[in-house]
Design a protein. Sequence first.
Length: 291
Amino acid sequence: MPNMSLEDKVIIVTGAVQGLGKAISEGLAESGAAVAICGLGGNALESVAREIRNAHGEDKVLCRECDISDEDDTKSFVDQVCSTFGHIDGLVNNAGLGCAAVRPDFLVNPIPIWKLDPAEWRRVVEVNTIGTFLMTRWAVPHMVARGSGRLLNVTTTFQTMLAPAFGAYGPSKAGIESMTSILVDELEDTGVTVNVVVPGGPADTEQIPEGMVKDRGDLLRPDVMVPPIRWLCSDAASKVNGLRFSAAEWDDELPPEEAIAQSTKPIAWRELVEPLVTKDGVNVQTSRRAS
């Protein structure tokens, strides 16, 4: 699986300035994909694009500043991707604000939900949840029209979603998880698959500021995300749908079915939901499909 080619694939990666997004973008480009990267980083974003161009060619990257919480900005970016490359094969919704955006020392000096600044809480939700919705809203129709595509949403562990001190970040990621689960059903039979990928533990990114952990060597490397995402973007994963992948548990040396078995669980919270059946015996979950 490490040598799997993504030649001729066009994949959007949000939040590509640093951390997970930078690693994902570089990993996909290394596998042959053309990547459309966005973020708010100015010179830092252009630096990522320059590295990809130098390593893989001018035609392998489109770089644009984009506020994913802005409706017009996201639509314009997706339109530019289509006009540049002609199509979209995948979207990796990675961009997000962490707890450090609210308080850098959140682990040692946590803020309970009932003391959070409403403007700060709203901004986290706007970027993480609304941003994921907007990018999905504009990119998915292009993939549906082609009859194939990959939608990959980066959320977080269930422990983090429910943890004290994560009162903005946790709910924002839980919202993405719920949205992802709905999309699995709504995109059934369209050729567009929908999955979640999480690092599988704390990763060495800007979301964990310096001094917050004793040894950053204990953190997961950002490129832990690359192997499962690379495989999920390939043609080999066309039937893999509705799963949450823990990147730290993915083993690229195993056959795909074994790697999937040891690294995945269902997207939340599907195993907890009983079918909603009307008095006429109609299962609402399976009878409602997007028109």
